[in-house]
Design a binder for this molecule. Sequence first.
Ligand code: TYD
Length: 141
Amino acid sequence: MKQPIIVKNSGYVELKLIRDDRDGNLIILEALRDVPFEVKRLYYITNLENSFSIRGQHAHRELEQVIFCIQGSFTLGLDDGQNQQQVLMNKVNVGIKLGKMLWHTMEDFSIGCVLLVIASDYYSEADYIRDYAEFLQLVKK
Ligand code: TYD
């Protein structure tokens, strides 16, 4: 059973997985069906050979994203300003929604780990909140 997601503006996104015994797995994501937004951007993160790496450590004002671990595993830290939790990301077809105002960190990467993120909008540094104290101030409002 999947661990319940207790933070706000999050939740699981489970994609259809077609398992073909000899020929691998096919995983499908359809915008506005599997995710509640149009996909304007996707990015992926590779070469996470350094197990000390910590990525993320920010929240977004408006951007909505869904994060997947499409190879290997990592630990996703989620913090809505009130509740915190850690989720082990190790299922190729199970993502987590990173909604607005959700502080997130990615760490404990396995060797060969690959992250895939789909996003509701283009990159905008102005949408980032990179200071945790500022994040806490903004979520309290
Ligand atoms: P960042 O989002 O901070 O990475 P992570 O959360 O994975 O640790 O982005 C790292 C750098 O890359 C930062 O300088 C902004 C830049 N960047 C872009 O130019 N476009 C993008 O779409 C993203 C996601 C990042």
